[in-house]
Design a protein around this ligand. Structure first.
Ligand SMILES: [Zn+2]
Length: 334
């Protein structure tokens, strides 16, 4: 028997009100129903502009769910268009406190997906078809993985049509410009010629209400930019644009004592932390090799040699010559 899955039909949603409900996602093992929350606020008969907010594409990155909840709780008065929120896209990972899908695939490497591929690929297709049916602008909420904290920032490709104007008008201080081809939701939506911005902030399996505030402001500033709400407060407009990032890795193992100023510009030569051995003796001090901003930080103190400690965004032309590590998200599984 074929499952009856969520088919997105905007006509099922009343104009002028917000609707929160649960819809059917592919079941566990063909029999255990899986329901996921979906919020639709249709302000006008005309669906456009349609803003789509997604979170928990990585199931353990729950700060995005908290941001979605906070936006839904705000009782926004939309003047036009449509707001769609899917707070737990990878509901399977979410239920298991895991980043991945049940087939161990990273959903954010499976887009746009295929109906004949692996479960990851089929599920990516399922999500992609439904959210892109009506969506014009997309915001995808992520955080660091478990044990890694990211300061609030967005990642986007400033070359994609419409992104630069959008970024100039939204509320976020740090912008990481990247155009990697990686099978992410962002890449696949950009390929349709539509803007998609990834928000990164916080740590896996944790909620940080400062991060939540940044995320909610970002959503509101996007709605305001498209004339869907009145701008209530002055959003952050000054931006730092980062074009290159790199992890500082531990040269040796030890206990990490961090002294990093998250989100502040740190000068070349400044000490951001130190590694100590089991007796408390100093192994080495970790210094900045170039001017930069600390975008992400290890929250684990027990460090093996080679472990990623700080994710640095470089400013200006003073960037390292050595080969850049290829990853798109700070929560990249190493
Ligand atoms: Zn993520």
């Amino acid at each position: 028997m074929k499952e009856s899955l969520f088919e997105f039909d905007i006509e099922n949603y009343e104009v002028g009100k917000a609707t929160s409900g649960f819809v059917d996602f592919p079941s566990f093992y063909g029999f255990q129903k899986v329901k996921a929350p979906v919020y639709v606020y249709r302000a006008s008969k005309e669906v456009s502009p349609c803003v789509v907010v997604t979170a928990c594409v990585h199931g353990d990155e729950i700060n995005g769910l908290r941001i979605a909840q906070s936006v839904m709780k705000k009782k926004l008065k939309l003047k036009k268009g449509t707001l769609i929120i899917i707070p737990t896209v990878n509901i399977y990972g979410f239920l298991n406190k895991q980043r991945y899908l049940p087939d161990r695939k990273d959903l954010n490497r499976c887009f746009p997906g295929s109906e004949k591929g692996s479960f990851g690929s089929r599920f990516a297709r399922f999500i992609f078809q439904r959210i892109t049916k009506y969506g014009d602008i997309f915001l995808d909420f992520h955080s660091g993985g478990a044990g890694r904290f990211n300061i609030p920032q967005i990642r986007c490709d400033l070359k994609t049509k419409g992104i630069k104007e959008l970024v100039d008008n939204i509320s976020i201080p740090l912008v990481v410009n990247s155009s990697l081809r990686d099978g992410s939701l962002r890449e696949s939506i950009n390929d349709l010629g539509k803007p998609c911005i990834v928000f990164e902030g916080g740590e896996g399996l944790r909620i940080d209400e400062t991060i939540t505030k940044y995320g909610v402001n970002l959503v509101e500033s996007v709605l305001s930019y498209y004339g869907m709400i009145n701008e209530k407060e002055k959003f952050i407009e000054d931006k730092i644009i980062i074009n290159k990032t790199k992890w500082i890795r531990a040269k040796e193992g030890g206990l990490l004592i961090s002294e990093a100023s998250r989100g502040k510009i740190v000068k070349k030569g400044e000490v951001v932390g130190e590694l100590r051995n089991i007796n408390g003796g100093l192994v080495n001090k970790i210094k900045m090799e170039h001017d930069g901003v600390i975008l992400g930080i290890s929250k684990s103190a027990l460090i093996m040699s080679g472990d990623a400690l700080y994710n640095i965004g470089f400013l200006g032309d003073d960037v390292p010559e050595d080969e850049e590590e290829l990853f798109d998200f700070f929560d990249f599984e190493m």
